[in-house]
Design a protein around this ligand. Structure first.
Ligand code: ATP
Ligand code: MG
Length: 588
């Protein structure tokens, strides 16, 4: 794997590529040229997750690229489960991955599994043996390591390297028949033990593993290695551009070697059985192109660590709203459009970088600002009584659902004498520059008119309620409504408001690079203890009524979503997706 030095952090001001303009990253440039030159008439890509965990936001970048490139150039993209490593895989992951890809807004051309091709891989291995390109090796894993050499020293040949084709065929068919114990032999490619690229020093193509596989059961006691299975799977599916992350750059010569030596397009007998199984096949000689991974600060993205966090109960499962998994982000209220916008904004290059978390939040705000209806909610309530309204006064006020988009329509918001306002919108002893409600002062109640504070009810030091009078000439729609006051605050009607649980989330880690173990700490030591708070709040009836997974802007407060699991109209639960403005690190 290629090592890369500490990457620069991309600031929140990353340039937005205009969506209407064709994208010009180096991969799309290559595809464009391949089409222009007639090298390919149709583009085929694939997204190849290993079903050993849930997809995370890094995968979203790969999905947007693989499916996006195919769509932009009139091609097709497959979803392929890279299920060659049976011990770690779980059908729960397979289902979640399919759901997540669709949720992100993409549909695959064909759903495949690397395990669909086990027979092809096997036949191809026989061909490699017959061509003198592979041999069965009896060295132990430890010996293989010793023979391999180092970056500065050539490796040396296995004593089994020059076995005859006949002996290799005999041993390999017996490996396949299950006659040897785990780890006792491997099939290795015969390439170059002195290669400067260690991946080419006779890498293993097959290992013996007597373990049941989710799709093929106990049919196979041998399993192909990643590079071999991946390159041939791409070739089988007729993939033209195999897009993957930079750590595979050093594997590309091996990828190319497998594609060239097996040469599927010229050897129909190797893949023909797939046709009878209803798997249309038109092999290609695919080309691998690498791009940089998505990294985001305050986040860990390794599947191994995410699995551990779930297993050890550091979070509430894969869809904990603080998780960088697509299920977690979804539950938090992040939309597919926001993630697609992020992928576009981050762009595609070979330059490793760490994206600032605020870039993600900016994408979320941008999408939700345009698409989330507005609602009223009060999270830290203080009672406000309008003394000059009758005790039984009730009216409804038409509120626009979106200030910038009339197509959202209006809704009826109940209003009466007693309201809840945010406690922080009142100050008994105002500091300089505070423009909301103060004793004797005026403020506009959103959609209603101007009130003046006439009295403050206390219990000891605690402020229990404020009393006001409403200036009837300033009611919404009347000429006096234009009278200027400095502040406008929101409210909900105490009589009609619905009690809701409001979950306030923050970043899961309190360090920009939770993985940096220079200080002897691991990501586990950097969990942010304040990343989740649950507060009772009051919401207007229209908000409580919403279906699960409805997105709203609570005016002046932030973007919220009804919880996918727990919300019901009788028991409303809202998750804060993101605050209205970027207040991180500003003493919130
Ligand atoms: P692990 O975390 O165990 O290394 P992985 O992230 O490589 O796993 P895969 O299921 O193998 O997970 O990934 C599927 C595809 O998603 C691969 O093509 C991989 O290159 C891509 N991918 C994974 N992580 C990222 C990331 N952070 N940014 C962009 N693409 C990614
Ligand atoms: Mg991987």
């Amino acid at each position: 794997m290629t090592e890369h030095s500490t990457p620069p952090t991309v600031a929140a001001t990353a340039e937005t590529a205009h969506p209407a303009q064709p994208r010009t990253d180096f991969i799309r440039q290559i595809v464009r040229e391949d089409i222009a030159s007639g090298r390919h008439s149709a583009i085929r890509t694939r997204f190849p997750p290993e079903p050993n965990g849930y997809l995370h936001i890094g995968h979203a970048k790969a999905i947007c690229l693989d499916f996006g490139v195919a769509a932009e150039f009139g091609g097709l993209c497959n979803l392929r489960f890279d299920d060659t490593n049976p011990a770690k895989e779980d059908p729960e992951y397979v289902d979640a991955i399919k759901e997540d890809v669709r949720w992100l807004g993409f549909e695959w051309s064909q759903l495949r599994h690397a395990s669909d091709y086990f027979e092809v891989f096997y036949r191809a291995a026989i061909k490699l043996i017959e061509d003198g390109n592979a041999y069965v090796c009896d060295l132990s894993a430890e010996q293989v390591r010793q023979y391999r050499g180092t970056l500065t020293e050539a490796g040396h040949a296995s004593p089994f390297r020059d076995r005859s084709v006949a002996e290799n065929l005999d041993l390999f068919t017996r490996m396949r028949a299950g006659q040897f114990p785990d780890g006792s032999r491997t099939l290795r490619a015969k390439i170059d033990m002195a290669s400067g690229n260690i991946n080419l020093r006779d890498p293993a193509l097959y290992r013996i593993k007597h373990v049941e596989h989710q799709n093929t059961g106990t049919a196979w006691p041998i399993y192909p290695m990643y590079d071999y299975a991946h390159s041939l799977s791409d070739a089988i599916e007729g993939i033209t551009h195999s897009l993957c992350t930079l750590e595979f750059e050093d594997h590309r010569p091996l990828y190319d070697w497998c594609v060239a030596k097996v040469d599927l397009p010229s050897h129909r007998q190797l893949w023909e059985p797939l046709l009878a199984r209803g798997l249309p096949t038109a092999p290609s000689k695919p080309r691998q192109i690498e791009f940089s991974r998505l990294n985001i600060n305050y986040t860990v993205m390794s599947k191994r660590k995410l699995v551990a966090m779930v297993a050890d109960g550091l979070v509430d499962g894969w869809d904990d709203p603080r998780m960088p998994t697509l299920q977690g982000l979804r539950r938090r209220g992040v939309t597919p459009a926001a993630l697609r916008l992020l992928a576009e904004r981050v762009g595609i290059s070979k330059q490793n970088s760490v994206i600032d978390y605020s870039v993600l939040e900016g994408c979320v705000r941008e999408d939700l600002d345009a698409h989330a209806p507005r609602r009223l909610a009060v999270l830290d309530p203080l009672k406000l009584v309008i003394d000059n309204l009758d005790v039984d006064h009730v009216e409804t006020i038409a509120f626009p659902n979106h200030p910038k988009d009339e197509s959202f329509g209006t809704r009826a918001v109940p209003f009466s004498r007693e309201l809840w306002i945010e406690r922080e919108d009142f100050m008994a002893e105002p500091v300089k520059g505070f423009h909301r409600l103060v004793p004797g002062g005026e403020v506009r109640l959103r959609g209603v008119g101007i009130v003046r504070c006439t009295d403050v009810v206390r219990d000891g030091d605690a402020i229990m309620a404020v009393h006001c009078t409403l200036d009837p000439d300033t009611r919404h729609g009347l000429p006096g409504a234009d009278r200027k006051v400095k502040g406008t605050i929101h409210w909900v009607c105490a009589k009609h408001a619905v009690a809701a649980e409001v979950r306030l989330y923050d970043r899961l880690f309190d360090a920009a690079d939770p993985d940096d173990d220079a200080d002897g700490k691991t990501y586990r030591d950097h969990l942010n203890p304040h990343s989740r708070r649950s507060v009772p709040g009051w919401v207007e009836p229209e908000a409580a009524k919403a279906d699960a997974e409805s997105h709203f802007q609570f005016e002046r407060t932030g973007y919220f979503v009804t919880d996918r699991r727990d919300h019901t109209p009788h028991n409303p639960v809202f998750n804060r997706t993101v605050t209205l403005r970027d207040t991180w690190g500003k003493g919130r």
